[in-house]
Write a protein that binds this ligand. Structure first.
Ligand code: NAP
Length: 320
């Protein structure tokens, strides 16, 4: 099969398309024929060798894919050959024509979700769900600011928050991104690359601030976020690429909090809840992953460059 292999940590150019043996599922494992693989920013941190998780070399990147079950190992009960699935992590990597996964890493893909959309489920929607439900403990009627709403996690968060009955504010850094943010559920949009947008957000909240901020770039925004919070407000840090200075009194005066997580450390009970909650939303049509770009698997290096550039419009997916 064809697969992207990384033999040394480094820039996007270390992603090489190679021919390697197709793996065979053992007990409790499934082989997925991949139709699309999701490109997440953390795939690039891992490829650089700068992430908390350093896979043994060589490895195939990617945790998110969608496709069909090609074969199953003994003891597998939940899926059978031919079933449509999405993966939440794999054993052998998603940037390939096939991937081995544990039975519990393959989840049913509702008919109304395409394979390309299915490749944008686990990390983006899992993260958005975990942030809103488990960390922010969002309640209907609250106001959420999705700070960085035009990308994979952001668009998922907009759809989830809107369906939960929140008032939704979303930011993007381009006109195309702002249109998308509006379309995917934001009641009001703001351009995070324009001076003065914090004042616009405060004004839109009627001067009381927002209850929840889902933060995609904490190293740039956390200090300013704290000044945008209402009493009892919560910031959930989802993404950060460096250090930041905050004024703790902004938290004290609001009885506010900052929480943070990595999705890969979520607990089995939380993971089970996430998949069940997402499945319901896909089935009833409130959740629809937005595919921004489809890129051939062979051009994974280009996908890794583009996922780190500004101007996001949903998910980037690789097509084997
Ligand atoms: P993505 O699809 O590449 O989107 C990046 C988003 O960040 C875009 O909406 C982008 O907006 C926005 N952004 C750029 N500059 C910004 C600024 N100054 N202020 C606010 N937002 C800004 O990435 P993603 O998959 O949504 O992930 C977002 C971040 O969360 C990444 O850093 C990722 O590593 C992290 N993440 C963490 C977890 C976790 O477990 N904690 C899970 C998933 C993702 P424009 O392009 O429109 O400017």
């Amino acid at each position: 099969m064809k697969a992207i292999r990384v033999h040394q940590f480094g820039g996007p150019e270390v992603l090489k398309l190679e021919e390697i043996p197709t793996p065979k599922p053992e007990t409790g494992q499934v082989l997925v024929r991949i139709r699309a693989a999701g490109v997440n920013p953390y795939d690039t941190y891992m490829r650089n060798g700068t992430y908390a998780i350093k896979p043994p070399l060589p490895y195939t990147p990617g945790s998110d894919a969608a496709g069909t079950i090609e074969a199953i190992g003994s003891g597998v009960k939940k899926v059978k050959p031919g079933d449509r699935v999405y993966t939440a992590q794999t054993l052998t990597g998603a940037y390939a024509e096939y991937a081995l996964a544990l039975e519990d890493q393959a989840h049913p893909l509702p008919q109304i979700i395409s394979f390309e959309q299915g490749a944008g489920i686990w990390v983006p929607y899992g993260t958005a769900y975990h942030a809103l439900h488990h960390f922010a403990k969002a309640r209907a009627s609250e106001t959420v600011l999705v700070h960085g709403a035009s990308g994979g996690v952001g668009t998922a968060a907009l759809q989830l928050a809107r369906a939960m009955g929140l008032t939704v504010f979303g930011t993007a850094g381009s006109d195309k991104g702002l249109e998308l943010v509006k379309r995917e559920g934001a009641h009001q949009t703001f351009n995070h690359s324009k001076a003065g947008y914090h004042e616009e957000i405060m004004k839109a909240s009627g001067g009381r601030g927002v209850d929840i901020i889902l933060e995609m770039l904490a190293n740039v925004n956390l200090g300013g976020d704290l000044k945008l919070l209402a009493m009892q407000g919560r910031v959930v840090v989802i993404g950060s690429r460096g250090d930041v200075t905050i004024t703790p009194r902004d938290l004290m005066s609001r009885r506010a909090s900052v929480r943070a997580f990595t999705l890969w450390a979520s607990q089995p009970a939380e993971v089970g809840e996430i998949h069940a909650g997402l499945f319901a939303g896909f089935e009833n049509g409130t959740l629809k992953p937005v595919v921004g770009k489809k890129i051939p698997l062979a051009e994974a290096a280009r996908a890794h460059k583009e996922v780190m550039e500004p101007g996001a419009t949903g998910k980037i997916v690789l097509i084997p």
